[in-house]
Every structure is written in C-alpha cells, then in structure tokens.
Design a protein around this ligand. Structure first.
Ligand SMILES: NC(=O)C1=CN([C@@H]2O[C@H](COP(=O)(O)OP(=O)(O)OC[C@H]3O[C@@H](n4cnc5c(N)ncnc54)[C@H](O)[C@@H]3O)[C@@H](O)[C@H]2O)[C@H](O)CC1
Ligand SMILES: [K+]
Length: 209
C-alpha cells in the first residue's frame, strides 16, 4: 500500500483545493462525516464521547465530528487544547458551528472527567505534527492512553506519530481505530507502529482521485 508523507498529502490536498476548487471546509466536513459514520458502527446512545481536539485542522475535524454526533443525540463533550491565538481558521469556524448547535466546548484538560468516558476521539494532531509532543498535549496523550475503559478513535493519524518521519515523536495515542483520509500515511506501513494505529479505515472524502 502506498503511504504518503505529510508533505505529499499537503501537496495533494492543495491540488484538490486549487485545481478542483474544492474548499478546505468541504473536505473537512467530508472527513468528519466519514469518521462519524465509521464510529457509528460501534457507538451506542449510552456511550459518553469525549472529543480531544487541538487548535489546527485535525482539531477542526474533531469538532465537526462532535457536532455531528451531538446533533444525532449522542452524549458528547468537546475539549479544545492549544493557544487560542493559533487556532486555524477552519478550527475557529468549527467551534462557532458546534456552539451554535448547543455543544459545550471546554478548554482545559482538568475540566474533563475521563472516568466517565467510554469513547475518545483523538483530534489533537494529524499530519501537521512537526516536533516531539510535550507539555499539555503530552499530558492529554497520556490521559487518553490511561483511560482503559474507552475505545479510542484517531482522526487521520494517532496524535504523536509524525507522517514526516514515520516515527513516534515523544509519545503517541494508542488507537483502537484510525480513520485516515485519501491515502495511507507514512508510518502505517511499519510493523512496529501497528498497535498504535489499531484498525485503519481509509476514506476518500470526495477526492475522486
Ligand atoms: N489531508 C486532507 O485532505 C485533509 C486534512 N484535514 C485535516 O487537517 C489535518 C492537518 O491539519 P493542520 O492544521 O495542518 O495540522 P494539525 O492539525 O495536524 O496540527 C496542528 C498544529 O499543531 C502545531 N504542532 C505541530 N507539532 C506540534 C507539537 N509537537 N506541539 C504543539 N503543536 C504542534 C503545528 O503548528 C500544526 O499546524 C489533517 O491531519 C486532517 O485531519 C482536513 O480537515 C480534511 C482534509
Ligand atoms: K489525531
């Protein structure tokens, strides 16, 4: 299977958005719907879902997944970590949309009671991870991995795995399932990372390649 590096994926995404004029926010909605659809194969209304989002577009995907599931009656709480001054445009828009549908957004790890969580969506970092995780994001990754009763879905890439080097940078989320977009990502071809990715689903999210 062909596994793209982060740079190759950004290149591809750029070609879709410029040559095909598909807006980034449309790709994000397709990614979120693909993720929600995959999750609903195992979700129940009794599940307590915690979205752990970063401030970039991986976090934007996570916010959109949370809003979609919230609107379908699931119990969802959303946590956005990161410096608000650095939130991406799409991340900010997804926060606005989620709030407009009545979803509550928390911004500190301490505000989440993980003992009640049965499903975690890892939307901290995707292909944008460019250095070893530390500080609050590292605490979040450790918290996710310590929540043994939860089923963990990683959006695009388990946070902490770099698709530039195909390596874990510091620590990474151990996902039960990874839903990735368009193509396999560099790292997914490595035997030693298999347990971090869990079951991998590739969704074309409307690339129509
Ligand atoms: N590929 C596609 O067609 C689509 C991708 N989408 C999603 O977008 C992410 C990539 O989003 P991006 O904003 O470029 O980066 P991330 O969200 O992965 O990272 C956020 C941000 O974090 C900073 N950063 C990097 N390393 C660290 C670190 N160790 N500590 C703290 N901060 C760090 C860096 O500035 C990044 O920009 C992709 O994975 C998909 O989920 C679209 O939404 C759908 C289509
Ligand atoms: K992720």
């Amino acid at each position: 299977m062909k596994a793209l590096t982060a740079e190759e994926m950004y290149e591809y995404e750029k070609s879709i958005m410029t040559d095909k004029s598909v807006p980034s926010i449309v790709l994000m909605e397709c990614a979120a719907r693909a993720t929600a659809k995959q999750m609903k194969q195992t979700l129940s209304q009794n599940d307590r879902i915690t979205i752990v989002a970063g401030g970039g577009n991986n976090g934007g995907d996570g916010l959109a997944v949370g809003r979609i599931l919230h609107n379908e009656g699931f119990q969802v709480e959303i946590l956005v970590l990161g410096n608000p001054d650095h939130y991406s445009e799409q991340n900010q828009l997804q926060q606005k949309i989620a709030k407009s549908y009545g979803a509550v957004i928390k911004t500190s790890l301490e505000k989440i009671d993980f003992t009640k969580t049965t499903v975690i969506v890892d939307a901290l970092f995707g292909i944008g991870l460019s250095r070893a995780v530390k500080g609050v994001p590292l605490q979040a990754i450790e918290k996710i991995n310590a929540t043994k009763q939860a089923r963990v879905y990683a959006i695009d890439v388990p946070s902490g795995i770099s698709c530039i080097e195909g390596e874990i940078l510091g620590n990474c989320v151990m996902a039960d399932e990874t839903i990735t977009f368009g193509f396999y990502k560099h790292g997914m071809e490595k035997e030693k990372l298999k347990s971090s990715f869990g079951h991998i689903t590739v969704d074309d999210i409307g690339f129509y390649y």
